[in-house]
Design a protein. Structure first.
Length: 334
């Protein structure tokens, strides 16, 4: 069997690039366990897009048995219509995996022409989504759906136990939609130390480092995220980002037994169970966010309970288990 894997390798570092790299690494190490014998895997990096790259992908698609697209919202808009059109002639198995939780809102806010084409596409492809909410929506909203599979966000297991400090940490894109303004307000008004890591989007390092109780510490590599989180009291992610699915950084926190403070937003309550693996607060509310952080600072028994719950929750997102199940399920339909 010849398989094309299409998606974004890092850099830049982000949820989609990390997940695509994890999938490719898993297959390189374990393909004999989940794919037919003598399978060939060809990888394509959407971040290396060019006309020659596109010609090579089209040629490989015609020669393959299946092409698995791993796309974010922008990648979906750019690559999927073209590859779907090509597949009308190639007649190969086309699998579309969408990162994040944006698909439903994209469909509902699009025009009539797009919606008709998308409904038709779903009768011809296998679609793979991240969250249970999206999977349920697809199965309920589209009568002629060929097949929807679920591939949750996942991460590598982390065995080390590190000494923790009393500070809180934010890791992610440093932008307003991730709740950074609320984070800053909580740090200043509650005298709570918060360290921030991630690519800047609308802020500068000087601006952040001039705020009392806030430290901006740059961008860290994907392989270092869990280790960094493990040295903090809790991960704080007060997001209200419209495309949020299962944030990978939450799963990184679970891997190290680190409690999570996040928002009742999109699919996050599927991931973080309130007062079991973390604390959920209202989006855009610095008041409820501050209350949650103060509770974690003061209540050692609660912190220990949430830490145990976080570590226990990781078993649902171990990348080896997740990928093995997904590819075995997928191969039943190829």
């Amino acid at each position: 069997m010849k398989i094309n894997l299409v998606g974004p390798f890092p850099p830049p570092i982000g949820g989609a690039t990390v997940l695509y790299q994890l999938m490719v690494d898993y297959l390189n190490e374990n393909y004999k366990q989940v794919l037919p014998q003598e399978s060939e895997i060809h990888t394509f990096d959407t971040n290396s897009f060019s006309i020659s790259w596109l010609i090579k992908l089209c040629s490989s698609h015609f020669k393959s048995d299946v092409t698995l697209l791993n796309l974010s919202k922008n990648g979906f808009r750019l690559f999927f219509p073209f590859l779907f059109f090509i597949n009308v002639f190639a007649r190969k198995k086309l699998v579309l995996r969408v990162f994040g939780g944006w698909l439903k809102s994209e469909y509902e806010t699009s025009g009539f022409f797009f919606r008709v084409l998308f409904r038709y596409a779903l009768t011809k492809i296998i679609i793979v989504v991240e969250t249970e909410d999206l999977n349920t929506w697809l199965n309920e909203a589209f009568d002629n759906l060929q097949l929807a599979l679920r591939l949750p966000n996942c991460r590598k297991k982390f065995e080390k136990r590190l000494k923790r400090g009393d500070r809180f940490v934010f890791i992610g894109r440093v932008c307003k939609e991730k709740g950074v303004d609320e984070l800053i307000e909580v740090a200043k008004s509650n005298s709570i130390y918060i360290d921030i890591y991630g690519p800047l989007d609308g802020y500068t390092s000087d601006e952040l480092n001039n705020i009392k109780y806030v430290n901006y510490l740059g961008v860290i590599s994907p392989s270092s995220v869990t280790k960094v989180i493990a040295s903090y009291k809790a991960l704080v992610l007060p997001t209200f980002y419209s495309g949020e699915g299962y944030p990978g950084v939450i799963i990184e926190a679970f891997a190290s037994g680190t409690p999570v403070v996040s928002t009742k937003w999109r699919a996050i309550p599927e991931l973080v169970i309130d007062y079991q693996s973390g604390i959920l607060v209202e989006p855009k509310s610095s008041i409820s966010l501050g209350e949650a952080l103060r509770v974690l600072q003061a209540d050692k028994l609660l912190w220990e309970k949430l830490s145990r719950g976080a570590r226990s929750s990781f078993s649902n997102y171990d990348e080896r288990v997740i990928h093995q199940k997904f590819f075995r399920d997928l191969m039943k339909h190829i």
